[in-house]
Structure formats: structure tokens, C-alpha cells
Design a protein around this ligand. Structure first.
Ligand SMILES: C[S@@+](CC[C@H](N)C(=O)[O-])C[C@H]1O[C@@H](n2cnc3c(N)ncnc32)[C@H](O)[C@@H]1O
Length: 276
């Protein structure tokens, strides 16, 4: 059955056929691969084939069909209003955590661009033994609604405040943060045609920028960051392939110091952080 589904997905041109086959089977049957192999039996076979057919017919990302995806081993509700959490974003969570974990006083974090809530929620979980408050803002009300449900499911609803805001528009001047963290939209709109078909099922407002280099949000966030950072506060971003040096230049032009770039497992520069 596992091989059969993998082959069906493969012949439909789906790149990650093996991983998707396992995700569909284990989540719809509610069994681990080990259980299935041991018992030689799969539950909910019809529902599994139904999900596979939908995946092939619609071309929608499998997480949107199942209604959830995984991030840092936790299950996140996803839908057409939020970006599907990506594995590489884990690196940004770890960087954010490392930047603030040793602070002695109350830790305040601002996330810009909540989406499913995965960054704020994982930070809240990793910093659960600290006195922290995370303010997580997004321009999209349905995204915030989804993030709220995820925060509730994961028991961090008291640690994260969600707010609708166009970047800093609804942040009050008295609100100050140790860390501003963001995985903003960073794909130039002129690259839309080059993207995988699946990506186009995700919200445009989560993906695209209006400039040619994908730097629009980095520039906007950096240029006003000082107004909202505590003394010695940090900014940390996920960046797109090939954008790290350009974002570094933006930080440098604004006199940020201690600029650090981190590579992902594939050697791609994925995360950049800096201090005022
Ligand atoms: C790349 S997604 C990141 C989602 C999530 N943080 C993650 O890493 O999976 C970018 C998010 O920024 C939000 N966004 C776009 N423009 C915004 C703006 N002007 N102000 C606040 N959030 C915005 C989008 O709605 C989207 O949820």
C-alpha cells in the first residue's frame, strides 16, 4: 500500500512522493509506519485513497488537503489563509531562542507576520520556564484566527498575544521588545511564474513583495525597528536564497551591529540577525 501510493504520487509528478505517501498514510490511518508493517494492516484505506486522489486531481499542497502540517514535531492547523510551515523556519526559531534565552528580566518578543503562528508558538514553548510575552502581528485576520487556534491547541494561549497590524501600525510607542522576529514575504512578484504549482495555493500576501529583490519587508521592518526595541535589542529574519548579503547591507546602512548569518543543512544562508 505504501509503495502503491508512493508510485501513484510519483507518476503524477509529485516531487516528495515518498514523504507525502507516509504523511498521508500515517495521519489518515492514525498508525505509525512500524505499526502498519507489524500488523500488515492499514486502517481507513478508503479515506487514504481519497486524500491521494484529491492531491493528484487538485494539485493542492497535501497539508491543505489534510488540514494540518507538522513544524518542529508539532501538529499545526493549516488552511488557504496561512503559509504552510517550512522545515527551514526551524532555524529562525532556534536563532531567536538563542538570542533571548539568557536575558534576566521579562522577555518581550514581537513577531511580524504570524501566519499559522508556528514561530511565536514554538518560541513560547521553548521559553516556557521564563517570564515572557510574545506579541504576534499579521495583516490577515483569518491568519490570526488560525494562529489563535494553534496556540490554544498547544497550550500557549496565555503567552502569545495576537493582533492585526500592518507591520508596526498597531504597535504602541510604549511597547518595547528584546527581539523582533520575522519570516516576511520575500519572493519578488515578478518571480511568480517560476514557482512550483503547489506554492500558488498559498496566500499571495504571505509570499510576494512588490519590489524586484524581495527586500521590501526587510527594509520596512529594519527602518522602524529602533522605535520598538529595548536597548541592545535584536532583529532576526529568515531570508530567501541569495538575499542574506543584501539584507546585511540594509542592517549595516542602519548602523546595526553583531550581524550574524546562519546556514541551513543544505548550506544555504537562511537566517540573519543583528543588534542595535
Ligand atoms: C512568509 S509568511 C510567514 C508565516 C509564518 N510566520 C511562518 O513562518 O510560517 C508571511 C506572513 O506575513 C504576513 N504579512 C504580509 N504583509 C504583512 C504586513 N504588511 N503586516 C503584517 N503581516 C504581514 C502574511 O499575512 C503572512 O502570514
Amino acid at each position: 500500500m505504501i509503495k502503491k501510493i508512493e508510485n501513484l504520487l510519483k507518476s503524477a509528478g509529485i516531487e516528495e512522493a515518498s514523504a507525502e505517501a507516509k504523511l498521508i498514510i500515517t495521519s489518515v490511518s492514525n498508525q505509525s509506519i512500524e505499526e502498519i508493517v507489524l500488523n500488515k494492516n492499514i486502517k481507513n484505506e478508503e479515506k487514504i485513497l481519497d486524500a491521494v486522489n484529491k492531491r493528484i486531481k487538485t494539485g493542492k499542497p497535501i497539508q491543505q488537503i489534510l488540514g494540518f502540517g507538522y513544524f518542529m514535531n508539532s501538529k499545526y492547523k493549516v488552511n488557504e489563509n496561512v503559509l504552510i510551515p517550512r522545515d527551514e523556519t526551524e532555524l529562525l526559531v532556534l536563532e531567536g531562542y538563542n538570542l533571548v534565552k539568557s536575558l534576566k528580566n521579562k522577555i518581550n518578543i514581537l513577531e511580524i507576520g504570524t501566519g499559522s503562528g508556528c514561530i511565536s508558538i514554538e518560541l513560547a514553548k521553548k521559553l516556557s520556564d521564563k517570564d515572557i510575552e510574545i506579541l504576534s502581528v499579521d495583516i490577515s485576520s483569518p491568519a490570526i484566527q488560525t494562529a489563535l487556534e494553534n496556540a490554544d491547541n498547544q497550550g500557549v494561549i496565555r503567552k502569545v498575544i495576537f493582533r492585526k497590524s500592518d507591520i508596526y501600525s498597531k504597535i504602541r510607542p510604549i511597547e518595547k521588545f528584546d527581539l523582533i522576529i520575522s519570516n516576511p514575504p520575500y519572493i519578488p512578484i515578478n518571480q511568480k511564474k517560476t514557482l512550483q504549482k503547489e506554492v500558488l495555493f498559498e496566500p499571495e500576501s504571505a509570499l510576494f513583495t512588490n519590489d524586484d529583490e524581495g527586500l521590501e519587508y526587510y527594509k520596512k521592518i529594519i527602518s522602524d525597528a529602533r522605535k520598538f526595541l529595548k536597548p541592545s535589542g535584536y532583529v532576526a529574519f529568515e531570508v530567501g536564497h541569495g538575499q542574506s548579503k543584501k539584507v546585511k547591507n540594509v542592517f549595516e546602512a542602519d548602523n546595526f551591529k553583531n550581524i550574524k548569518i546562519t546556514q541551513d543543512l543544505a548550506g544555504i544562508e537562511r537566517v540573519i540577525s543583528a543588534q542595535i
